[in-house]
Ligand binder design. Sequence first.
Ligand code: GUN
Length: 283
Amino acid sequence: MTAQLIDGNALSKQIRADVARRAAALGARGVTPGLAVILVGDNPASQVYVRNKVKACQDNGLHSVLEQYPATLSEADLLARVQALNNDPAIHGILVQLPLPAHIDAHKVIETISPLKDVDGFHVASAGALMVGQPGFKPCTPYGCMKMLESIGCNPKGKHAVVIGRSNIVGKPMAMLLLQASATVTICHSATPDLAHHTRQADIVVAAVGKRNVLTADMVKPGAVVIDVGMNRNDEGKLCGDVDFDGVSKVASAITPVPGGVGPMTITMLLVNTLEAAERAAQ
Ligand code: GUN
């Protein structure tokens, strides 16, 4: 079998066109969706991420402000900035780029963001809403993965989904979204003794570990759908995911590439969440 490629760039383009159209409709009513991005310190990867987020806003008719602070910024000053943005009517979404410097309690910062502006979906109120099936912002990466499944007509209902990874940002919310879509969900992680035993039974595998070759062809049921959330570098410095793409794409029925898979979808869903925050505020 040669797997169908789930093209995150193409799907992003479609969804972003819809975002731009809805942003223009809001604009006609005098509301421009606004995203504030806060970056503390000079982590080079974070700098690239926030630049891409701000550019995606500009390209699709959203207003964005990037606030950059030195790594020496105090926790109290950061909390004060978040509070000010909570009270700023031109800002509908607030994103504090992680990781934060060690002297700042990231949990405290995230909990200071108003749940109404928590477009990352990291606040405990957002996580709780997802858990009990109430409206709230869904974390962008797992939300994007669900859109990718939908784009190929893969309905998780009645399927066995295996999520590899249990982070608060991807693994746990991914499992909740799949459960909400009526999949039977298994969460595997670093203490799972026989990962292949679980993945071989899966109709859908989501790999979100941050380690190369976590999933190889012998671990995949023929015809399974494989979503690769990983972002790693191989020995030649080339970007690669958690999945052995060459091997697994011969067994799976559909697979996301890295790059060009989940990556662009994460930013796309951030735009969707920001737009929806603005639409709710304008109601
Ligand atoms: N750091 C890595 N990914 C993310 C993300 O999606 N949101 C934020 N705020 N920080 C991150």
